[in-house]
Design a protein around this ligand. Structure first.
Ligand code: NI
Length: 225
């Protein structure tokens, strides 16, 4: 069965052809790397349309190009609206960081999210667990800010084959899931950030390279979760 058959949805020829044109330009002129839309473009502010097979056989090609774009940026996640496609699709991948990193930045092998949703998972005593760290977005180039997010989430949705996903992720992978899924609801991380924490990438590297944000909170004057 084809992907479209398994999803039961029809191909949208106009959307599929628009994606094909975008990919042909990227593949012939930019080594498969797509231009990343920046904040201020309405596509980043609209709720993405559920993916039900609209792209037919072009889905795999789009996802491969999104992965190349994420690697080239470089980034650890990319949602389809960030390349101008208003569908509920995202890719994620992170090599991780050393074990003592307070962000719990465990390696996240490449994976695709189709129609993802998440909910916070409480701590061992039922208490809400939120953690605050600096994060950035490829569509808000040059800046980072602190966002308090669920430490763990239950992720549901599908993968690129249409198979159901239902699992719990913790730490940095959970943060990536929340960031990318929020994109598909038309939200940017800045909507949830401590705005006084906003820092240029240069200042982040120079002053706030320690992933623990407490020194930044004290010096810049913002609360931590
Ligand atoms: Ni982003």
């Amino acid at each position: 069965m084809t992907r479209a058959d398994r999803r039961g949805g029809a191909v949208d020829p106009a959307l599929r052809d628009a994606v094909r044109d975008l990919l042909e330009v990227a593949e012939s002129q930019r080594d498969g790397v797509l231009p990343i839309v920046q904040a201020g473009d309405p596509v980043l502010r609209r709720r993405a349309v559920a993916y039900t097979g609209q792209l037919g056989d072009e889905l795999g090609r789009l996802l491969e190009s999104m992965r190349r774009t994420m690697h080239a940026a470089p980034g650890v996640g990319l949602a389809a609206p960030q390349v101008g496609i208003p569908l509920a699709l995202a890719v994620m991948e992170d090599a991780g960081a050393p074990d003592d990193d307070p962000r719990e930045r465990t390696p996240l092998p490449y994976r695709v999210l189709v129609n993802p949703r998440y909910e916070g998972v409480p701590g061992p005593h039922g208490e809400p667990e939120r953690v605050a760290f600096y994060e950035g977005c490829l569509s808000v180039h040059g800046w980072q800010a602190v966002v308090a997010r669920h430490r763990a989430v239950r992720l549901t949705g599908q993968d690129e084959t249409g198979a159901a996903i239902d699992e719990v992720l913790t730490g940095w992978p959970a943060r990536i899931v929340q960031h990318e899924t929020d994109h598909l609801a038309g939200e940017l991380y800045l909507d949830h950030a401590e705005t006084r924490s906003l820092t240029s990438n240069d200042n982040l590297a120079r002053r706030w390279a320690d992933p623990d944000p407490r020194a930044a909170a004290e010096a810049l004057g913002f609360p931590l979760a």
